[in-house]
Design a protein around this ligand. Structure first.
Ligand code: BG6
Length: 317
């Protein structure tokens, strides 16, 4: 693109446009040509492309890009609950709300903005949401794209007054894959998981790695902070690094469930896999004034780079 990193203006690389429903979306770009797009509807990342312009996240061809439903694909934010219980809507309301650009966010620890194009978004408790979830919170999300194309999402949830509250959370990450039957996840083997297909019964993973030949809807518990999703056909690996997110939800609807979803193509389960950094089994509890942070970093590397060098021996970040 003719820009050298030395003169690259990261602020200018953050552009706000409208999608075809008139909803603001933010485009982040890097000097080498990677990009990410974030919709203010749900603060949902709807695209993440590498420097060759190849899309890395799945979005259904049948996705409905219309508030108030979450777009089927990208990275919807599940808050204040993951799943479906009580009077709250499935996966919580955050993914269905209009977020605002946070002009003046409290600083993040460390130097989290240098060499990155980023945007800060915020969602505050509304009177409407207080009716089903009566807690005052501020939810801040930073989406950052580093010069090497890594995508980082940092969520901060603060209890701003009143009583303690607790919540569960997930970055519901729809990875785009070549063929689900060629995919393996490393980093979850030997862990316990709750199986949503068996009334959340607890099992222990027995395989060397997770592979796919039927519907999977599980929450792996207390996982290491680095997980690899290997795409054999593309010879590339998604590396998921996380902090403050002990659990990992893994979901592929497979054939039958795909057909029952109006916003999902019958065959599209072959090209996607959700692997979510999450807090599910033991919800986060915040006293008034307390804040929680959950950080997710996504990278793509050639598969030859993998296991040993990533330190999948659990040392984490
Ligand atoms: C998964 C759940 O994480 O999300 C599944 O475990 C659910 O049970 C899926 O079907 C999609 O949820 P939604 O609400 O986006 O259709």
């Amino acid at each position: 693109m003719g820009h050298s990193a030395a003169v690259w203006d990261y602020r200018a690389a953050t552009e706000i446009t409208k999608d075809w429903n008139g909803i603001d979306q933010v485009l982040l770009r890097t000097p080498r040509g990677s990009s990410a797009r974030v919709s203010l509807h749900g603060a949902q990342v709807t695209s993440w492309r590498n420097e060759h312009g190849e899309e890395l996240l799945f979005t259904s061809s049948k996705a409905i890009f219309k508030a108030p439903k979450a777009i089927r694909g990208g990275i919807p934010m599940c808050f204040p609950q993951f799943g479906n219980c009580g009077s709250l809507e499935q996966h919580g309301f955050a993914r269905n709300r209009m977020w605002a650009i946070d002009e003046n966010p409290p600083p993040l620890p460390g130097n989290d903005s240098s060499g990155k194009s980023f945007i800060d978004l915020v969602l505050k408790s509304s009177e409407e949401d207080m009716k089903c979830w009566p807690h005052s919170f501020e939810f801040r999300l930073r989406v950052a794209l580093a010069a090497d194309g890594d995508l980082t999402l940092i969520s901060r949830v603060r209890n701003i007054n009143g009583k303690p509250f607790s919540f569960s959370f997930a970055y519901h990450t729809y990875l785009l894959v070549s063929d689900i039957s060629e995919i393996r996840i490393e980093g979850l083997e030997t862990l316990d998981y709750l199986d949503n297909l068996f009334k959340k019964e607890r099992f222990t993973e027995q395989g060397d790695a997770i592979t796919f030949e039927s519907e999977v809807d599980r929450v792996y518990l207390s996982s290491p902070n680095i997980i690899a999703v290997l795409d054999h056909e593309k010879k590339r690996t998604f590396v998921i690094r996380k902090e403050g997110l002990p659990d990992v939800a893994v979901w592929n609807p497979w054939e039958k469930k795909s057909k029952s979803m109006v916003d999902f193509g019958d065959e599209e389960y072959k090209q996607m896999l959700c692997v979510d950094g999450a807090v599910i089994e033991k919800p986060v509890s915040l006293k008034p004034g307390e804040e929680w942070t959950g950080r997710l970093q996504l990278s793509v590397v050639p598969s030859s780079f993998c296991s040993d060098r990533l330190g999948l021996d659990r040392s984490g970040l």
